[in-house]
Ligand binder design. Structure first.
Ligand code: B12
Length: 330
């Protein structure tokens, strides 16, 4: 009997250009045989032959709807492997032009520059058009050019999102576009985090979340991804965390570091309550530091204790984290 998600099946499919083109087409979603013929350029008997083999190996799944048979990618890891393959062979089919377009072409490396300011402005253009496919090609380019996580996050994603904020302030972009842009960037970040895996283990644990009322989760997600890639154990709680349950989670998980993001002045009161709750845990014997940051600069409003610190962006945060020692309570 064929085991579920036969790894040899997906390896064989990746090694075969025809099967790979079928899988690439299926990444776009469920497809009929006719659609697959059009997308791959394969003749139907040849296509059906490949589909039958990949079906037997549980690489693809078939389901009938009315008169038609539809195919989908079966193994979740097929998607991950395909992405890695796409990065490795980037540009074989598509290339991005410097002015932001995508053209078909046999050029291996599409973008002819690695200037992050220019890449950020290209990304901004795609985000404003809700063009996730072009965003994805842009990310492929950066991964193929071996940009690290910090460079992609700080020099490309962050400035593009901040430009969206400037446009919002001038009334040129609305909340819906802000939502679309941050959702696309979050999905791109998930791809980066999947590739930038930790190479060491730090024996350090961080809990990260936004203070109650703060919906801006992208920035703190960047910190979480960076900590994870640096070997930390990470508990990411996300946006708008109710204060009592934030404190409850910290009590339960006993981390070395608690990271809190705040974006607007009206969240200061909740931040005050959260800090009080965390200080009680410390007074009761838990050892951890608290880092504060985000769009709203808390420094003039809160008096911080020796075990609490404020940082700016990811660069500043990572510098301060490098100096921490875990598990010692100092
Ligand atoms: C996307 C976005 C949203 C999205 C957020 C979705 C999501 N899933 O995150 C949505 C649509 C929900 C939103 C809502 C609002 N937003 Co908004 N938003 C933005 C935008 C465009 C991008 C935010 C972002 O992701 N930036 C990129 C990340 C990487 O940068 P970052 O968040 O600054 O994070 C970095 C550092 O701050 C730091 N950091 C972050 N957290 C922490 C924590 C610690 C401990 C440390 C050390 C560091 C740290 O490290 C990060 C990485 O370097 C900004 C514009 C901007 N200038 O950033 C406005 C912006 C933050 N929003 C703003 C406003 C006013 C709002 C709204 C009130 C109205 C609106 N625009 O819809 C609501 C309020 C929501 C709420 N209650 O929190 C203002 C805030 C102004 C202010 N501080 O007074 C901004 C600056 C836009 C503007 N110019 O007017 N927003």
């Amino acid at each position: 009997m064929v085991p579920p998600h036969d790894p040899d099946g997906i390896a064989q499919a990746l090694a075969d250009p025809s099967r790979r083109s079928i899988l690439e087409a299926l990444r776009l979603g469920r497809k009929s045989v006719t659609e697959l013929c059009e997308l791959t350029g394969l003749k139907q008997p040849n296509l059906s032959n490949h589909l039958a083999k990949m079906r037997a190996q549980n690489v693809v799944r078939a389901e009938r709807a009315g008169r038609f048979m539809y195919y989908t990618l079966e193994a979740p890891f097929a998607e991950v492997l395909l992405r890695m393959h796409a990065v490795a062979t980037l540009g074989a089919r598509f290339r991005l032009t410097d002015d932001g377009g995508i053209v078909d072409g046999p050029v291996r490396s599409g973008i002819t520059h690695n200037d992050t300011a220019q890449l950020a402005s290209q990304l901004l253009g795609y985000l404003l058009k809700s063009d996730e496919v072009s965003c994805s090609f842009l990310l492929n380019h950066m991964l193929a050019a071996n940009f690290g996580m910090a460079k992609i996050y700080l020099e490309v994603f962050q400035p593009a999102l901040r430009s969206i904020g400037d446009l919002y302030e001038r009334g040129e972009v609305d909340e819906a576009h802000e939502h679309v842009a941050s959702a696309i960037v979050e999905r791109m970040m998930a791809r980066v985090a999947e590739i930038c895996l930790p190479t060491t283990e730090q024996n350090c644990h961080a809990v990260l979340g936004c203070v109650a009322g703060n919906l801006h989760s992208v920035g703190i997600r960047m910190l979480a991804d960076w900590l994870h890639s640096d070997g930390w154990k990470v508990t990411f709680v996300g946006a708008d965390v109710p204060t009592a349950s934030f404190v409850g989670l910290v009590a339960l998980e006993a981390p070395d570091l608690v990271v809190v993001s705040i974006s607007l002045e009206n969240q200061l009161e909740e931040l005050g309550s959260l800090l009080r709750g965390l200080r009680i845990l410390r007074d009761e014997g838990q050892f951890f530091k608290t880092a504060l940051g985000g769009h709203f600069k808390v420094a003039p409003f809160l008096e911080l204790r020796h075990d609490e610190f404020v940082a700016g962006d990811l660069d500043d945060f990572s510098e301060q984290v490098e100096k921490l020692s875990c598990g010692k309570g100092d």
